[in-house]
Design a protein around this ligand. Structure first.
Ligand code: ZN
Length: 290
């Protein structure tokens, strides 16, 4: 049952600077500002080789061969710094906001780096720029030249500044349809918007789904549904070659990030080959990580 290769495609590097950026750019609600200030104090991290090694040691404990960190809550330079300590083990997804100035230059700088495997976790939910906006179209035009995927946030997220309407995977429908050669990954299996994530997967072949903590949206469903039953539906539409595992962890791995998913796959009676794809082989192909 142990997967052939394990790649954590959805892990977060969280830094004080990253949290401060979120606070500055997105958070308008004073009560929430206070909450984020407290949150930022928990992430006074030193970006040292020792810090990076500790992370890798905890990954090794669970058999995780590579980690793809996303910079939603750190700066891109911090991300690059941490990758450079262990570039064989750690790769990254760069974060951008469509409202940034000098975005074209920044995109080219980041995407031309071989250790930056794509963009993520992108958040129309926080930036309030809908995926139908021409700003996202301009970004896609640049990204598609690099043949690197884009990981988009989906589902609910309990911050007052999030716009839940833009967490609905169907808001990406036109963008995905208009860039058929660009790979898109919808995070968290839709996290509550499962049906919409399924519709999207049936509509477009160039969309993949990551199942990092997909179960967090189950409470919004009208009926009691078991997590493996959601996975069963996801697999029915996407097939095992378009489903990608990730943990949604923040350093360090506080619990076994793999076990839960193995248990769900056992309930579904998945074959070894299918498990191998979900845990690593698909990531190797989609993110072009070797
Ligand atoms: Zn995440």
């Amino acid at each position: 049952m142990n997967p052939k290769t394990l790649i954590d495609t959805h892990a977060h590097l969280v830094s004080q600077k990253g949290v401060a950026r979120t606070l500055r750019d997105y958070c308008k609600n004073p009560r929430e500002k206070e909450k984020w200030m407290k949150f930022s104090n928990e992430f006074q991290i030193n970006l040292t080789k020792e810090f990076s090694d500790r992370w890798i040691n905890s990954a090794n404990k669970y058999g995780i061969k590579k980690i793809i960190l996303n910079s939603m809550l750190c700066t891109n330079d911090e991300l690059l710094k941490i990758i450079n300590f262990n570039p064989k083990k750690v790769k990254g997804l760069a974060y951008i906001d469509p409202n940034w100035k000098n975005l074209t230059k920044e995109l080219n700088r980041l995407l031309s780096n071989k250790n930056i495997l794509g963009l993520g976790e992108l958040g129309p939910m926080w930036t309030h720029v809908p995926p139908t906006d021409k700003k996202w179209y301009n970004i896609c035009k640049i990204v598609s030249k690099y043949n690197k995927p884009m990981l988009f946030q989906s589902g609910t997220q309990m911050y007052a500044f999030s716009d839940f309407n833009l967490g609905n995977p169907l808001t990406y429908d036109r963008l995905i349809g208009d860039f058929p050669d660009q790979k898109f990954i919808i995070a968290h299996g839709g996290k509550g918007f499962y049906r919409e994530a399924l519709m999207l997967g049936e509509h477009h072949e160039n969309v993949y789904v990551d199942i990092a903590e997909f179960f967090l949206g189950l409470k919004f469903l009208p009926n009691e549904v078991k997590p493996h039953e959601i996975l069963k539906r996801i697999l029915r539409i996407y097939g095992y070659e378009r489903v990608i595992w990730g943990s949604d962890s923040i350093f360090p791995y506080s619990k076994n990030p793999v076990r839960y998913y193995i248990d769900q796959f056992k309930k579904l009676g998945l074959k070894q080959n299918e498990i191998d794809h979900i845990f690593g082989l698909n990531a190797e192909k989609v993110y072009n990580v070797t």
